[in-house]
Design a protein around this ligand. Structure first.
Ligand code: ATP
Ligand code: MG
Length: 400
């Protein structure tokens, strides 16, 4: 049977977290592969095995598995009975397959056998030697334990043996659903989708909130934010996207507050609205895409002045990342092209000529004294609409 054996990192998976982690990974993989007829997902001895039907192209199945949060790497090969004959036969078939794939350029090999079944007679060393000898005789390859062209991995577990020569790296992280829920402020720019994605990869369900300049602008950014949310939703961790027309709030801020503080005041109102949504969604933190010093509003002073109105923790997964790293990640996730296509950003609405780079919370409080803060927040929320996405299971309470 052709099988993908899914491995995860076990660091930090002690006690009761472990079972929850494994069940989540199993059900998330089942969800991710729901469109592929005939695949079977089962848990085996601290791994997850995915059986792939003969007539299915394995490469897209492997890509889907590797892109699922919590997967360290995927071993693609076969599952056989754990008898010495079946294991040797599978190892030989896998070695022949690898030779064919490498187009004759392979000259050396190694066997890497492990057993976790306590009642398996043959030790790992004995398996390495016995199977290695058969492969050497039958293929003409020579043994090289240091840097072999082909490695045949053998894993003997309680119920079966797995044999493979192909492995692909997964994206790591934790299964979505093991870390609770967050609200991510999702502009249509490059950074915030990457920030939301990183938190999702660490196991959180994400609810997005997008602020558009409507009715002062066309609201084109709403279209792009929704497209970006759909890309993020492929991983099964994006629950909903709220869209908040924000142009009117911005207009009132522009009328009544000092112009150099506008952007920071917009941001403080965004945080207030996002917190109200977080409360309704029972989310435990906010997420933004700021990276230290990237633009005028992202100095330490300004970040502090924005956080002063937050009661929930504000997570900034990109704070120490450079733009090139963020761009590369946005490309890999598939949100980059949508972000650069969007030329509409509500933050450029009523943009001051010299924005404040070192605001103090007190200064902003004074500017807000003349504004009906609660009224503006309520008004923004009143205009909000939301779109829900299919998710991999329900949120749960988070770990620990
Ligand atoms: P991005 O690339 O995410 O747009 P940016 O580099 O443009 O970020 P800022 O404009 O300072 O940076 O925004 C900082 C963060 O504030 C964004 O990453 C995002 O989390 C949030 N934010 C800004 N504008 C919006 C918006 N219109 N809707 C939702 N969140 C926003
Ligand atoms: Mg932006």
């Amino acid at each position: 049977m052709r099988t993908a054996l899914v491995h995860y990192h076990e660091i930090g998976l002690k006690g009761r977290n472990r079972g929850q982690f494994e069940r989540r990974l199993e059900s998330n993989l089942r969800w991710a592969l729901r469109g592929v007829p005939g695949v079977e997902v089962a848990r085996v001895a601290s791994r997850v095995a995915v059986h792939i039907p003969r007539d299915t192209d394995p490469s897209s199945v492997l890509d889907t598995i590797a892109g699922t949060p919590g997967v360290a790497y995927v071993a693609y090969g076969r599952e056989v009975e754990r008898t010495p004959e079946a294991i040797a036969e599978a190892a030989l078939a896998e070695a022949h397959g690898a030779v064919a794939r490498l187009g004759g350029s392979a000259g050396t090999f190694a066997i890497d056998a492990r057993r976790s079944a306590t009642d398996h007679d043959e030790t790992s060393m004995e398996m390495n030697r016995r199977v290695g000898e058969i492969v050497r005789m039958q293929t003409g390859l020579t043994v090289d334990l240091d840097s072999p062209d082909i490695t045949v991995w053998i894993a003997v577990v309680q119920s079966a043996a797995y044999v493979w020569t192909q492995r692909c790296e997964g994206i790591g992280g934790l299964p979505v659903g093991t870390s609770g829920g967050v609200v991510a402020l999702l502009s249509s720019g490059i950074d915030s989708p990457v920030a939301a994605w990183r938190i999702m990869r660490r196991g959180a369900f994400v609810v997005g909130v997008h602020f558009s300049g409507r009715p002062q602008t066309t609201g084109r950014s709403e279209h792009y934010a929704a497209e970006i949310a759909r890309v993020l939703a492929r991983g099964g961790g994006m629950e909903r996207l709220y869209t908040v027309p924000f142009g009117e709030v911005q207009r009132r801020i522009a009328l009544d507050a000092p112009d150099d503080l506008r952007v920071l005041l917009y941001r403080r109102f965004m945080v207030r609205v996002a917190e109200r949504i977080a409360e309704a969604e029972r989310a435990k933190a906010l997420v933004t895409g700021e990276s230290l010093g990237q633009v005028a509003s992202q100095t330490l002073d300004n970040i502090g002045a924005i956080d002063a109105v937050a009661t929930l923790p504000v997570l900034r997964p990109l704070i120490g990342s450079d733009k090139q790293e963020i761009v590369a990640e946005a490309r890999a996730i598939g949100t980059y092209d949508l972000s650069i296509a969007c030329d509409d950003d509500c933050c450029t609405l009523f943009m001051p000529r010299r924005p404040e780079t070192h605001a103090r919370a007190k200064e902003l409080e004074e500017a807000e004294a003349g504004l009906d803060v609660d009224g503006l927040v309520a008004e923004a929320l009143y205009g909000a609409t939301s779109e829900s996405f299919p998710t991999a299971g329900r949120r749960g309470r988070g770990r620990g």
